[in-house]
Write a protein that binds this ligand. Structure first.
Ligand code: ATP
Length: 210
């Protein structure tokens, strides 16, 4: 049967963490997706920091999402020349799944920044935005279960809300904690799947410069 409901979930995934995994599971279930494409970004036009090598981010995505049903780990943005735009990826998916309804899965921080995206109007025409809320106080000192939601009341573009318990995790925080060595490998498991914690340790990712 042809896929009728197709999701796209993009990110730097540097590294993928437990909130990413929860968001993918939530989207699959609440949007009743036939397929969810997970897209690690290539050269993210909106991030200034150099990303970890694509092969490491892809491997960690495999460890994070690989066992979920109906998930495709999609490397097209990594292989695309030059900067990668969501509008291009959605157009390609529309061609690949003719007649399907497309959903773009994202967190609240990205919704607030949405109008800075290149060709955002085109994105809105191609897909329904499906948004999970995100804790406002993202940082090393915030509690993991912190409950202050991002205020989305002023957002004037249409979106669908995903219901997901707030998880106060960010990749920035994971990297910072590993770099400062404030977490041993066991403690890292709280933030990222165990297999990703092992991968970070074995491949010496996010270590302070020697
Ligand atoms: P960084 O801290 O490096 O900016 P990040 O944790 O925001 O990274 P990304 O890979 O940039 O992770 O995020 C991919 C997508 O996942 C984005 O749409 C982002 O909003 C969403 N996301 C990330 N963390 C959360 C979270 N804790 N709750 C809800 N959505 C999240």
């Amino acid at each position: 049967m042809a896929a009728r409901r197709v999701g796209m979930f993009g990110g730097a995934f540097d590294p993928p963490h437990r909130a990413h995994r929860a968001l993918a599971e939530t989207a699959l279930e609440q949007l009743e997706l036939d397929v969810l494409h997970i897209l690690p970004t290539g050269q993210a036009w909106h991030k200034t920091r150099a990303l970890s090598p694509a092969k490491d981010r892809v491997a960690m995505c495999q460890l994070t999402f690989g066992d979920l049903p109906r998930v495709v780990l999609d490397e097209r943005e990594i292989h695309r020349e030059g900067p990668s735009y969501t509008a291009d990826t959605l157009s390609e998916l529309q061609r690949e799944y003719p007649g399907a309804e497309l959903f773009l899965v994202l967190g609240a921080d990205q919704l607030l920044a949405f109008k800075t995206w290149v060709r955002w109007q085109e994105v809105l025409q191609l897909a329904t935005l499906a948004v999970a809320n995100r804790a406002t106080d993202i940082g090393a000192h915030a509690s993991l279960d912190q409950t202050t939601e991002t205020d989305l009341s002023a957002v004037d573009i249409p979106f669908q809300s995903l219901r997901m318990p707030l998880k106060n995790i960010s990749a920035t925080d994971v990297r910072a904690r590993v770099e400062r060595s404030t977490l041993d490998i066991g403690a890292l498991d709280v933030l990222v799947p165990e297999a990703v914690a092992r991968y970070i340790s074995q491949h010496h990712l996010y270590q302070p410069p020697q």
